[in-house]
Design a protein around this ligand. Structure first.
Ligand SMILES: Cc1cc2nc3c(=O)[nH]c(=O)nc-3n(C[C@H](O)[C@H](O)[C@H](O)COP(=O)(O)O)c2cc1C
Length: 161
């Protein structure tokens, strides 16, 4: 089994989360390629069994670059393949979403798009908290990311049977 982890980042926080997911999956015996979205020249579903996609939250949604990348994820190729999405966002963003009963998370919006492409969401999104716009990640978020990736590894292995 081999997957691709793709992320966008301006200040390195989303990259750190992506690296943590990729490392943890590898430790669980799952092969992954890790890419900054800017380095993905061609995306072929033939090469991968699953997709992990992450974005910083910008103005309550995914970055422009990730939105563009989603255009390369063709439903006819990726249909039924597993995915999870993650984002980085500020703690205030979670409070705002709760208060307004609205979704302001990049990961939720990515997930919606991938479900529309008939992909199979394996876990609820991971919202990794960053302090301010530049970070750092809030204390404990790297460990929470590792736990998330371990759970993902279990789900992927279940899928494979
Ligand atoms: C233009 C801009 C808009 C942003 N909008 C939001 C937002 O709506 N909600 C939020 O929680 N964080 C927002 N942020 C903070 C980003 O979530 C934060 O910069 C990002 O998670 C850091 O990840 P990175 O280091 O991978 O770039 C914004 C940041 C920028 C630069």
């Amino acid at each position: 089994m081999k997957g691709i982890v793709v992320y966008d980042t301006s200040y390195g926080n989303t990259k750190k989360v992506a690296e943590t997911i990729a490392e943890t999956l590898k430790e669980s015996g799952i092969e992954v390629d890790l890419f900054d979205v800017k380095d993905v020249k061609k995306l072929s579903a033939k090469d991968y069994d699953f997709l992990v996609l992450g974005s910083p939250t910008k103005f309550g949604t995914m970055s422009f670059t990730i939105r563009f990348f989603l255009g390369k994820v063709k439903s006819e190729e990726w249909m039924n393949k597993p995915f999870v999405a993650f984002d980085t966002e500020n703690p205030e963003n979670i409070e705002k979403a709760r208060a307004e009963n609205k979704e302001w998370s990049a990961a939720e919006k990515i997930s919606e798009k991938l479900r529309d492409k008939k992909m199979n969401q394996l876990l609820p999104v991971l919202k990794a908290l960053v302090l301010g716009w530049k970070g750092p990640l809030k204390e404990g978020e790297v460990d929470r990311t590792k736990d998330y990736a371990k759970e993902l590894a279990i789900k992927l292995k279940e899928k494979k049977g």
